[in-house]
Design a protein around this ligand. Sequence first.
Ligand code: PMP
Length: 433
Amino acid sequence: RQAYQARELDEATRHWLEEDARYFLHQALSTPVMNVLSRTEGAYIYDLQGRRYLDLHGNGVHNAGFHNPQVVEAVQRQLAEGLAFTPRRFTNLPAIQLAKRLVEVTPEGLSRVLFCPGGSQAIEMAVMLAKQVTGRWKTISFWDAYHGTGFQAAALGGMEHFTGGNGPMVPGSFYVDFPDYYRNPWGWDDPARVDEECLRQLHTVLKRNPDVAALIGEPISSTPTIPSRHYWEEAQRLCREHGTFLIFDEVIEGFGRTGKLFACEHFVTPDVLVLGKSLGGGLLPFAGIVTREEHNVLGHRSIGHFTHEKNPLACAAGLAELDYIAQYRLVENAATLGDYLIDQLRALQETYPLIGNVAGVGFHLGVDLVKDRRTKERATDEAERIMLFCLERGLAFKIIDGSVITMRPSLVLTRDDADFIVETLRAAFAWIG
Ligand code: PMP
């Protein structure tokens, strides 16, 4: 990384990086940073030198493209109206319209909405709703998931970076294995066997704990691993049998990323759908939950009481984002170009033994690099070198779990962009040998 910075970045950028390191509180994962950005557009980000990178980091805020002109205009129009905030006892048109639109576009059965400023808070609202409605207090989530920061969301994820050193997190947090057909603790290749074991774990925890309020997970894991439909159908059946909510975290996977408007459409409709990131149109921090009619029973209790709950600017952005996604058929684009990318990456896999696994759906893709296809030992050094090689050539992505190149581009990606991804990776694999 230092070599990249020494070779690629100018004096001014290095100065700003030093200033960044000087003034921000250092913490895992967000410091030190690699470069300084000046602007974003569509699927691309630009640094201070004006160099362009196709961004695959996929924070998921840019599904309709970074700085989408239609979304920008909608926010500017709302600003010009003179309404950028409403005190809680009042409402506003963009908020009502966005809530109504979400009820229309999410799967049948989801009909009540609550907004908040960020994804971690939306996760917390979803869990609190499950606790209030069921009268129970425990949760089940998946090992090594990420659901955000703060005590509740971090407790669900269970990652040391976010939980260590805080003392007890949230009591009653249980974890089970996510069905991963490529890497699982048992070294099994048979998906049906993996499903069976994962469902057995879930069933065991549910049986032993009659007070589990919710099972919470991403429909597809972040690396990504795509569970069978059977897995989620059975998990939902077990949850229903035990009176437990099923909560889907679609903070990353919502708004078309997986080739459906919502990832749950591949599987089952949950009790609560958690949305974030692109909900604010990539311009404003915004998130929320959508749940079933029968859960509208909070009465005198409150699970979300945020200053910016119905932020008119964020709601205007979210509406414009949804309009743009529909108008330009971006969900269909993610589905078809995603298939194309998977085919191209699988073709690369035939040439380069370093590629152990290609997984994903839509624009939610992962390429797992291995030293040996049989042992699946992670090729962590190679992954880091390939990441830097690509960065120098204008392709930016992150590595998850040390060895998985993850690709979550904007849904405005074109066929030329897809070819650029494949050709840059091909050059990287040829270079590393
Ligand atoms: N859930 C998932 C799956 C996420 O990826 C994130 C953020 N990366 C969150 C929840 C939390 O969202 P926020 O950062 O807006 O709090």
